[in-house]
Design a protein around this ligand. Sequence first.
Ligand SMILES: Cc1cc2nc3c(=O)[nH]c(=O)nc-3n(C[C@H](O)[C@H](O)[C@H](O)COP(=O)(O)OP(=O)(O)OC[C@H]3O[C@@H](n4cnc5c(N)ncnc54)[C@H](O)[C@@H]3O)c2cc1C
Length: 306
Amino acid sequence: MLRSVILAASRSSRVERLVETAPLSRNVVRRFIAGDGADDALRCTRELVGKGLAVTIDYLGEDTTTAAQAEATRDEYLNLLDALAAAELTPAAEVSVKLSALGQVFDEKVAYEHARAICGKATEAGTTVTLDAEDHTTTDSTLEVLARLRVDFPTTGAVVQAYLRRTEADCRELAAAGLRVRLCKGAYKEPESVAYQSRLDVDKSYVRCLNILMSGPGYPMIATHDPRLVAIGEDRAKWFDRTPDEFEFQMLYGVRPEEQLRLAHLGYTMRVYVPYGTQWYAYMMRRLAERPANLTFFARALRSRK
Ligand SMILES: Cc1cc2nc3c(=O)[nH]c(=O)nc-3n(C[C@H](O)[C@H](O)[C@H](O)COP(=O)(O)OP(=O)(O)OC[C@H]3O[C@@H](n4cnc5c(N)ncnc54)[C@H](O)[C@@H]3O)c2cc1C
């Protein structure tokens, strides 16, 4: 119930204005977001890579409605990739991209062309791109764009969401040789007709999808903070004889940082998803919806200013 209310608020521009202008919001979001600019993302990436972690960087922003905004997002990624290469942070750092930030909402072709330019630059920089999964109305379009990108950029990563009923079938399609697939639970508010609603059903779907990906010929990226699912991931790696370079774990910046280091020290690749930019509102609200404790932390910080 609380999750639904927060996720509904994540799409409200009135609540957005209220939260963005609230005193201390910025300090609170720093726990989950590297900072406003590419320099912040680079500094954060350098620190994480120095600790033995891998990184995927996300330039915040979604549901772009103008061609100019979509171009600006593309250019930000191109500059970021140049900067990552110059700082010798590739291949440990790659980028995560939301097609809705590249114009998918108003023209899928525009989003494809921008994503293509980003994939080209990433290849030049010696790294990869992963296409984030957004709400279910975009899934078909995103998978179509991904299939086209993979013709020239076969390492482009897919993301699948275990809460969607369709995802087991998508995993079978996507788990081809060498292909990178991130499995997450899913972060949007979705109707019962397309998505499992209970935690138990989502977790069971996650394990079924994990089994498909870990037993197949692709490269699974296990994105979760859930201790039970991390343990099942480790287990499946043993069952299916996967060495640590044949899959990876992923977690979000600011969430369970000690667990991130523990897994890296065991020899696994642990990739941290590092968001940066000024458009942090929707991302932040999804993090709050996932964990009521984060909401308490947020509310306490806002109150403490008074
Ligand atoms: C790298 C990465 C990329 C992602 N990309 C996408 C994407 O493209 N599209 C999308 O829809 N979603 C994405 N997500 C978000 C994802 O779908 C989930 O919403 C999010 O990860 C929360 O689910 P969870 O698996 O961590 O489990 P949850 O059900 O949120 O948590 C399960 C358990 O994990 C533990 N836990 C969780 N958070 C904490 C914490 N802060 N401190 C201590 N313990 C904690 C607790 O034991 C909790 O009960 C991504 C997540 C990650 C990690």
